[in-house]
Structures are given as structure tokens and as C-alpha cells.
Design a protein around this ligand. Structure first.
Ligand code: CTP
Length: 435
């Protein structure tokens, strides 16, 4: 059967099993196995859930406990784990269900032995069995001694594997090898491996977002009062980061302007990261990029006011009351609503209580095309949470999206923008998202 890449749908109801499908990271027995620990982190920073399948050889280099600690999930080590007692990190999970649950299978490092098994269809352990059973994209990052790499047997196996649809190989780099020799064989750059995963997951052709440029604002802003104090809010930036990731995964180029937050911004080559501090800095960066964009999604919780005259030195405590003059900040959404020509402009309304009246008012008042409203008083969703539950308000309709991960809500918001009543032209440029 042909290997069909397992693309994530833009919309549609989620079944419990597809809410957060993992990337399976196979780690085989090469000295570069230690680098797989950092690869776990890089994939997680891009918003992926990672589960590690450690071969027997891999476990001689890195302990299952290390990967269990990094991923927060049991490390998978044995094909028939249920039958074995005393295996602390094995799982009795069905290997076929495991293979089918994955959105991608990455093997880093992949030894010469692993390549040979995959090329010939041997299935004598969990990793090689999962390889045969998965329909997800496969990314192999070989690493070995230079002579093993150059051996005709290895090269023939690579040729066989390279012809398989849905399989990408991240070539090893040249350099000093652990065996003391110099030449090709060093595990490819981790960012290149993570980038190959993104490329494999990206439905470039056919997505309405392929080739589009999107401006996204995210996170809070900080408005200084003096050199040590500021006004800000609880926004984590995660909703905006999820939108940036989803847009990039669907082939868009993203300008992500974000305020100070402890959440990790996405690391995707298609996302330009523009960190800012204040509302005025965010406004300047957004205005500078808007003309070239097809859409702007303003998810930032921008401070509405800023101290009129931030003190140059720390304000000292005194028994008198302190009076502050606050000036309104530039309303970026309203300004982009005024300036828009072909762009679709989307704003957020974070309210305590039913967000729909405020969302309707902002839609009209700020000349937006869509407002994403949410009730920040609900527990477990919104500010600083992994989940969100929102209502999408446009002039044509109001749609409630029930509680789901911010990644899923982001995909649904992008689908809703693409489905806005104005017809969306198929060619990417020129003309933007509007007809
Ligand atoms: N926004 C913006 N620039 C600002 C303030 C807000 O771009 N200076 C955007 C936010 O990113 C969000 C939307 O406007 O998309 C929120 O609207 P806003 O009027 O700021 O909401 P609140 O201030 O929370 O509500 P209210 O007007 O009811 O006080």
C-alpha cells in the first residue's frame, strides 16, 4: 500500500485520539543518541508532543529515564512489553495503534543497521515494526562512521529508502566523528531535522494559506512607570504563538510581533520573530509590515493605557498618595481596520462574561472582519492556559468553538478566516485573500 502522508485537517470535529497526535522519535544505538535529548526539546518548542521509541542499542547510550523525564511520557522500549515484568519504562501499548496515532516518525540518530532493517522491511523490534505500520511521514537522520556511511550496502539502502514516498532523509554532516575519523557521518543539524519534520507536516499545496503573508500580534505589552516597574497583564502569548505555528504549518509566512512572555515562541523558518516591549513598539512594528500582508490577526493583549511620563529614576515610597496620568495607547486593531485595502483583519475580545456583545461592538467599531471572543473568567481556558474556548463573530455569523487546545482552536480560527463570506481567490498573489 502506498504511504500516504497523514495531514492534519484544518477543521472538523476532533476525536479524543487525534486531539494531540504525537511525533514518534526513534533513537537507535549511535553515540549521537545524546543529541536526541535536545531534539525532543526543539520539537516540543515547535508545539509538538513527542514520544520516544528507544531501541536496545539506543538505551546503551541514553537511559529511558532521561527521555521519560524530557517528554513526560513513558519511553517505549519493547515490542512485547506487557509480557515483561520489571520493565519500568516500557509500555504495553499496541504497536499498531501507536504507529497509527503518530503524525510523524523521526529516527535520529538512525544507524546503518536501522537503515538496513527499514530498507528490507525487517520488523524485529518496536521501532522497525512501527516503521512498517505507520502511514505518517517518516524522517530519517542517519549518523555513523564515515566508512559505514560510504559503504555500498548503506548507500544502496539509502537509495531504496529515498525512493519511498513520504520519507525524507536528513543527510549527515562532515566533520570530526566520535570514532576519531574525519568525514561524513555526524548527525545532521538538529534545526535541520526539526525543519524537515515541519516540511513533512506542512500541507503546502492546496492550503489557502500557502504563499500568504500573515501579521500576528501576541502576548502582553509592558508600559513602564519607572526603570523597575511597569503595567502589564496576564496574557501568555500562547494563543498567538499557536496561530503562528498553525499558519506556518499551512504554508504561510508569518510576521510574529510579540510582547514579553515566558512562553517559548515558535521556531519555524517561516516565522519572523519580532519581540517588542511596549504598545507603541508593537504598533510601529505592525504598521511597518501590514501593507505587504494578506491578513492580520491581532491576538495580543495590548495595554490600553501607558504612564504619560515614565520616571527616569525609581519612584520612592512616600506617605502621600501617588497620582498617575495615563494616556491611551495606539489602538493597533482600529488603525489596521482603517488602513486595510485587501487585507483580512481579525481581532480578539477578552471579556469577563459573555463576549458576544463586546465582540459585535469591536467588529463594527474597529472595522474588523472577524472578532474572536472569549470569556477569561472561565477557569481552565484563556489567559495563561493551554486550552481556549471562543466564539467567532463576523457580520455573517456567530460560531462557538468549544474548549480545545490552543493549537486546535488556532487551526479552526484559520479555517474560519479562509471561509469568510467574501470569495477567496485560489492563486496566492497578487490580490490577497479577498477577491
Ligand atoms: N488591540 C490593539 N491595540 C490596542 C488595544 C487592543 O490592537 N492598543 C487589539 C487587541 O489585540 C485585540 C482587540 O484590540 O485584538 C481588543 O480590543 P480592546 O478594545 O483593546 O479590548 P479591551 O480593551 O479589552 O476592551 P474594552 O474596549 O471593552 O475596554
Amino acid at each position: 500500500m502506498a504511504r500516504a502522508p497523514n495531514r492534519e485537517a484544518m477543521a472538523g470535529p476532533a476525536s479524543p485520539s487525534d486531539r494531540n497526535p504525537p511525533i514518534l522519535l526513534g533513537v537507535t544505538g549511535g553515540v549521537a543518541a545524546y543529541k536526541a535529548c535536545e531534539l525532543v526539546r526543539q520539537l516540543q518548542q515547535r508545539g509538538h508532543r513527542v514520544r520516544v521509541i528507544l531501541t536496545r542499542g539506543g538505551a546503551r547510550f541514553v537511559s529511558p529515564l532521561t527521555f521519560a523525564a524530557l517528554t513526560g511520557e513513558p519511553t517505549l522500549t519493547r515490542l512485547f512489553a506487557a509480557a515483561q515484568s520489571g520493565e519500568a519504562f516500557a509500555s504495553s501499548i499496541d504497536h499498531i495503534a501507536l504507529a497509527q496515532s503518530a503524525k510523524a516518525l523521526v529516527v535520529a540518530p538512525a544507524t546503518a543497521h536501522c537503515l538496513a532493517k527499514f530498507a528490507h522491511g525487517l520488523a524485529d523490534d518496536l521501532l522497525s515494526t512501527v516503521y512498517l505500520a505507520t502511514s505518517a511521514p517518516v524522517i530519517l537522520a542517519p549518523s555513523m562512521n564515515v566508512n559505514m556511511w560510504r559503504h555500498p550496502a548503506t548507500q544502496a539502502n539509502l537509495e531504496t529508502l529515498g525512493r519511498r514516498p513520504g520519507l525524507a532523509i536528513v543527510a549527515p554532516e562532515a566533520g570530526y566523528l566520535a570514532c576519531g575519523m574525519v568525514g561524513e557521518g555526524r548527525l545532521g543539524d538538529l534545526a535541520a531535522i526539526a525543519g524537515a519534520v515541519e516540511t513533512a507536516l506542512r500541507p503546502a499545496a492546496g492550503s489557502i494559506w500557502a504563499g500568504r503573508t500573515i501579521l500576528i500580534t501576541a502576548g502582553p505589552t509592558r508600559e513602564p512607570l519607572d526603570p523597575v516597574r511597569y503595567f502589564s497583564n496576564r496574557s501568555s502569548g500562547r494563543m498567538g504563538f499557536a496561530l503562528a505555528r498553525a499558519a506556518a504549518q499551512q504554508g504561510a509566512r508569518v510576521h510574529l510581533v510579540f510582547g514579553p512572555t515566558t512562553a517559548e515562541p515558535p521556531t519555524d523558518p517561516a516565522i519572523e520573530l519580532i519581540p517588542v516591549t511596549t504598545a507603541e513598539e508593537m504598533a510601529a512594528q505592525a504598521f511597518a509590515r501590514f501593507a505587504d500582508c494578506d491578513a492580520a490577526i491581532l491576538a495580543a493583549a495590548v495595554a490600553d493605557y501607558r504612564p504619560a511620563r515614565p520616571a527616569a529614576a525609581k519612584i520612592k515610597k512616600s506617605p502621600d498618595s501617588l497620582h498617575l496620568e495615563l494616556l491611551p495607547t495606539t489602538d493597533i486593531l482600529a488603525e489596521l481596520g482603517r488602513r486595510k485595502t485587501h487585507q483580512v483583519v481579525v481581532g480578539f475580545a477578552a471579556e469577563t462574561g459573555d463576549p458576544r456583545p463586546a465582540a459585535r461592538a469591536k467588529l463594527a467599531g474597529k472595522n474588523a472582519d472577524l472578532i474572536v471572543g472569549n470569556d477569561v473568567a472561565q477557569s481552565g481556558v484563556g489567559f495563561d492556559s493551554a486550552d481556549n474556548a471562543v466564539v467567532l463573530v463576523s457580520t455573517a455569523e456567530e460560531t462557538s468553538l468549544p474548549r480545545a487546545s490552543k493549537d486546535r482552536i488556532a487551526a479552526q480560527i484559520l479555517a474560519a478566516i479562509a471561509a469568510l463570506p467574501r470569495p477567496v481567490p485560489v492563486p496566492a498573489k497578487p490580490g490577497g485573500l479577498r477577491a
